[in-house]
Write a new protein. Structure first.
Ligand code: ACO
Length: 403
């Protein structure tokens, strides 16, 4: 039996908070969420306004610098990001080292970590200029590297960045252009992709962002910190839920089977949950889900997909659940993942790429949070405590006397 009080006699106040549900690890001025109201603000600006009127690179500037850019600042920022879109040619060899059937998240995690070996100057994080260059490099190179992970995954040759295209349009071009065939990016789809990036850009201290901050608190190379965030995001409880939501809609298969699945979700003896429903913070409609639903309709409309059976199922399921006392009482509303899978699939991405797209967009949030932490003089190396429940102190037993 362990005498816990003697083990913790020197610690002053000690809290035990599994999952950090009620412990703030930092102060931050970047993103605000009001889960009861269903509000999400980047630097004070509502996500709805940023998604409707702005573009992703403008949101990147806002998250990094704290203010929306003027026209000159925006042009300069876009030019600087565009300058960094290429990756070192030698990086290609990293891709060919992966098995052809490797998951694109495994490839992204490895190759982003490898960037730290190409940019030793970024190791000096005490230099504000180096911090900014590292930030621009990551925002610029992630689309190139995500597209390369996709191309390698599907066995097609890499497509180099086209700097005459916008951020999202260039990404679609790198993913879907193939040699010997003309490919023209559809501006409506590029706009939808850009909006999806805005919606995923930051979400305060979630698991992957906290991972980036914790890794960065030791002074580690920023590319390695982002690779740590990508690893954390990969889990099905975090970035993988959109894939699960799409699979669930396929499993339901038709509108008349919805009541059966709703009943299963309410049955406490059945582990099944409605994927894309509920959120740790939002106890109201996830504001990103509304925008994602609108974007989904726009994408399907543009592609001339009049009847997508999965969208019909999703909309009917939402209607039934929002009128069911179980979901109403527990405040379970659709989250961002509910409609994103249908949208990304319509854009042409396989489910294995869904989390990669999330990582691409979240990179700016991770960097903004990393930068805020590095620039905060009160921050110390992250070192969570533990509640030790193991053996008390005891003497070593020679091997021939052990039983
Ligand atoms: N379907 C059915 N019941 C649910 C659901 C759901 N999707 N979500 C929560 N509940 C129920 C739980 O069974 C629990 O019921 P109880 O009080 O009778 O035990 C109650 O609602 C509270 O659920 P918790 O799991 O305690 O809530 P928590 O805040 O820990 O979990 C989570 C939030 C993980 C998102 C949960 O709602 C869930 O599993 N949803 C489905 C997966 C999903 O969509 N994840 C994506 C989240 S968004 C993102 O990561 C970008």
């Amino acid at each position: 039996v362990v005498n816990i009080s003697s083990l913790y006699k020197d610690t002053g106040m000690f809290t035990y908070d599994p999952g950090f549900t009620s412990t703030a690890s930092c102060e931050s001025k970047i993103t605000y969420i009001d889960g009861d109201e269903g509000t999400l603000l980047y630097r004070g600006y509502p996500i709805e306004q940023l998604a409707d009127h702005g573009d992703f690179l403008e949101s990147c500037y806002l998250l990094l610098y704290g203010e929306l850019p003027t026209k000159t600042q925006k042009d300069d920022f876009v030019t600087r990001v565009t300058y960094h879109t290429m990756i070192h040619e030698q990086m290609n060899r990293f891709y060919s080292g992966f098995r052809r059937d490797a998951h694109p998240m495994a490839i992204l995690c490895g190759t982003v970590g490898a960037l730290s070996a190409f940019y030793h100057d970024s190791t000096d994080i005490s230099d504000p200029h180096q911090r900014m260059v590292a930030s621009l490099r990551m925002i610029a190179k992630l689309p190139t590297m995500a597209a390369m992970a996709y191309k390698y995954h599907v066995g097609q040759p890499f497509v180099y960045p086209r700097n005459d295209l916008g951020y999202a349009a260039n990404f679609l071009h790198m993913c879907f252009a193939v040699p010997c065939e003309e490919y023209k990016v559809n501006p409506v789809l590029a706009r939808a992709m850009d909006r999806i990036f805005i919606l995923h850009a930051d979400h305060e201290q979630n698991a992957s962002t906290s991972t980036v901050r914790l890794a960065g608190s030791s002074g580690a190379n920023p590319f390695a910190c982002i690779a740590a965030g990508i690893a954390c995001l990969w889990g099905p409880a975090h970035g993988g839920a959109n894939e699960a939501a799409l699979n669930m809609l396929s499993e339901i298969g038709s509108v008349d089977r919805i009541p059966e699945f709703v009943a299963r979700a309410k049955d406490k003896n059945d582990p099944f949950r409605l994927m894309g429903f509920g959120h740790r913070v939002y106890k109201n409609y996830d504001p990103r889900a509304k925008i994602m639903q609108k974007t989904c309709h726009e994408v399907l409309g543009e592609l001339g997909i009049k009847d997508d059976p999965l969208l019909d199922i999703a909309m009917e399921l939402e209607k039934i659940a929002l009128n069911d006392p179980y979901f109403v009482e527990k405040k379970l509303y659709p989250n961002i993942d509910f409609y994103s899978g249908i949208t990304l699939r319509a854009l042409g991405f396989p489910t294995t790429m869904f989390t990669v797209l999330f990582a691409l967009a979240r990179t700016v949030g991770w960097i903004a949070q990393w930068k805020e932490m590095v620039e905060d003089p009160s921050q110390r190396i992250g070192r969570p405590r533990q509640l030790y429940t193991g053996a008390s102190k005891r003497d070593y037993v020679p091997i021939d006397q052990r039983r």
